[in-house]
Write a new protein. Sequence first.
Length: 685
Amino acid sequence: MNMFVAVKELVGIPGLPATAKGIRQLLGKAAGQSSALVRKRQGTKAFEYHIDCLPEPARVAVKQRHYKSVLAQSDCISTDVPAKRSTAIKPRDELEVMRKCPALLERKTNALTTGQKDIADARMVLVVEVMRLMDGGMSRKRAVELVAKESQASSLPPALQKAADKANARKGSTRRGVGKSSLQQWLSDYMAADNASERLATLAPGKIQVKQPETIGWLPDFLAIYRDPRGFNISEAYRRFEKWWAQEFAGQEDVLEAMPSMDAVRRAMKKLPVVVSQKYRVTGSAWRSLNPFIRRDWEQVPVNGVWVGDGHNMKLDVLHPIHGRPFSPEITMVIDARTRFIVGWSLALSENVIAVADAIRHGVQHHGLFGIYYSDNGPGQTGKTLDADVTGILARLGIEDGGVEHRTGIPGNPQGRGIIERPNKGIPKYAAQSFDSYHGKDADKETVRVRKRIAQSAINAVRQGRELTNKQAAALRMIPTWQQLLDVIEEEVNWYNTRHHHSSLPKAPDGKHYTPAAYRRHLLEVEETVIAYPSAVELRDMFRPQQKRTVSRCEVQIFSNLYFSMELLNHHGEEVIVSYDIHDPQTVIIRSLDGTFICDAVWDGNKKAPFAISAKDHSQNQRTKGIIKRAEEKIAVAKEENSLVIEGERPNFGGLLIEPEPQDKEPLFLLETEREEYFKKVNSR
C-alpha cells in the first residue's frame, strides 16, 4: 500500500513514542535518506513518511484506522483486524530441527549465558520434584498443582523454593513461585528431550536481543571521525560528528532532529570490540598488541642456540667517563633464549656497534659460541661492523658453519623480542633506582628538576674553579661514577641469573620455577650439550672490528690514521682486511681477503690530527660533531624566528618636547691669539 502519513497524524498510535519529536526521530532513522520513504507534503512545510517506516503494531493500527474511515463513508460494517498469530517456533518443533542438524544444538547451548543456564537448571529441579511425586502415585495434574501452589506460598523446602524463585526468570520481589501452565510446559519439554544438552536448550529462557552495532545506521559515519590517528576522545569526536551531521543534512529538519545523542553514541561504542574501535587510531606495535599473535616455543631451541640482544637507555644521570658531565648511558644486554640467562652485557655512551660487539664478546668469553643472534634493526644492531659478509664480527663466529646467523625483527614489532624486553627494562631500572640521580617516570618530577638544576650549577662551578656550596657538593655526591654504575649493574645481573625464579621457565623439583642459571646448568647436564669456547688469541682477534682498505705505497688509512709497513710493498693497490683494536690505535693487523696474515702495521702519521685517533675516539668525535650540528640548527631556527618579527612604524613624540635654546660652546684653543680672534668675531655679530 502506497500510503504516507505525517508526524501529527501518528500521535497516540500504539507502538510509537508519546511525543511528536520522538516519532520524528524514529521515522527519520527508519527512512534514512531514501526519497521513496520520506517526502515533503504538497502545500505545507511538513514531511510525510511511508507507512513501511512504522513498526508492525503501529502499521496495523494505521491501516485499521484508514479502513474504518473508508467504511464510515459506506453502508459496510467495520470489523477489527484479527490479532496476528505468533510465528515463534515451539520448543518441540525446534527440538526436531536440532536433532536433524546437531550443529544447531551445539550453537544454541554455546550461546547460552550463565544466567540462562542457572534458570534452566532451576526449572529441571522443579520438574524432577514433580516426577518424584508422580512416581509416588500422584497424578501429573495433581503433582504440578501441588508444586506450583506451594511455591507461590513460599512453603516449599528451602532448596526447592530457591529453585522455584530462580526458575521464574522474572525480576522483582513481589513475584514468587511458578505457575501451573509454565510448570506443565517445562515437564513436557523435559520428557521430550533425550539428553542433557537437549534439556538445557529447551528449558533455557530466551533473552532480550540487544541491538547489534551493525544495525545502527549512523555508527559508520561516527567511526569515520573517531578512528583517527590524532586520538580524538568520544566527546571531541562527537563535536566534529555533530558539525558534519548539520552540514550533511542541512534543510532536512526531521533528520537533523533525529541526530543521536552523546549518550547514544557512548552506548553504541561500548558494544564495539576494542579491536574494531581502535582500528586506524593506533598503528605499529600498539595495533599488534590488540591482535592475535604466535608464541615462540623456545623449548625446542638448544642452549646457546639463539641469543637475543637489545639496548635500553638508563633513566639516571651518571658522570661521563670523558668530560665528567652528567648524562644517561645506554646498556646493551644479550640473553640466551632457551634459558633466559643473561650471557653478556655492556655499558656505553649510546647503543652502537662497539657496545653490541662488547656485549657479545663478554658472552662468548664466559659462555661459549652460539648459533643465531636475534635483535632489532637499530643502528647498533645492524651496522656493517657487526655482520658484513667478509669483515663482520658475527661472520667470524664458526668459520666451518659459515658464521653466526644474524636475524633482525620487524620494525615497530618489539613483541617479537618480548623475552628480552622485560629484563631489559627491569634490570636497568633497578640499577638506576640504586642512586639518587634516578629520573624515571615514577620519580618525583619536582625533586628531579631541583636536583638537576643544583647538579648543573655544581658542574659549572667546578669548571670555573669556584668553591662548591653544601647543596652543590651534596648534589654531585648523588651522581654515581662510571665504575659505581658498572658495579651495581653487575650485582643486578647476577641476582637475575641466580636468584630470580623466572615464571616462563619450568618448575624445579622443589616446586619453584628455575632460575636462569639453575635451568642452564640443568639443561647442560640433561641434554649433554657441548659448547665450544674460543681461545684467548681467537677471542682477541675475533672481536677486533675489521674494515676493507686499499694499500697505497705501503700505507693503509683508517679513522684518519695512516698505518705503515714495508711488508705491504708487494700489495700496492690491493684490497686487504684491517683488524683494529677498539681502545689501542697504535697498531693494526693486516690480512689478505682470504684471511692470510700479512703484517702488523704501525701508526706512522696522520695528516689531519697530531695524535692517533682510536675507533672509540672517532666515535666520540662523530658524536660531538652531531651535538654541535644539532645545536647550530636550533640557533639558526631561533634567528629565523626572530627575523620574522614585523616592526611597525613607531610614533615620534619628540615634537611635544620643548627644545632648549642653542648655546654656543666655547672651542678649545692652542694659542691665546686664536682665542682673542674668536671672541672678536663673536662679539661683532
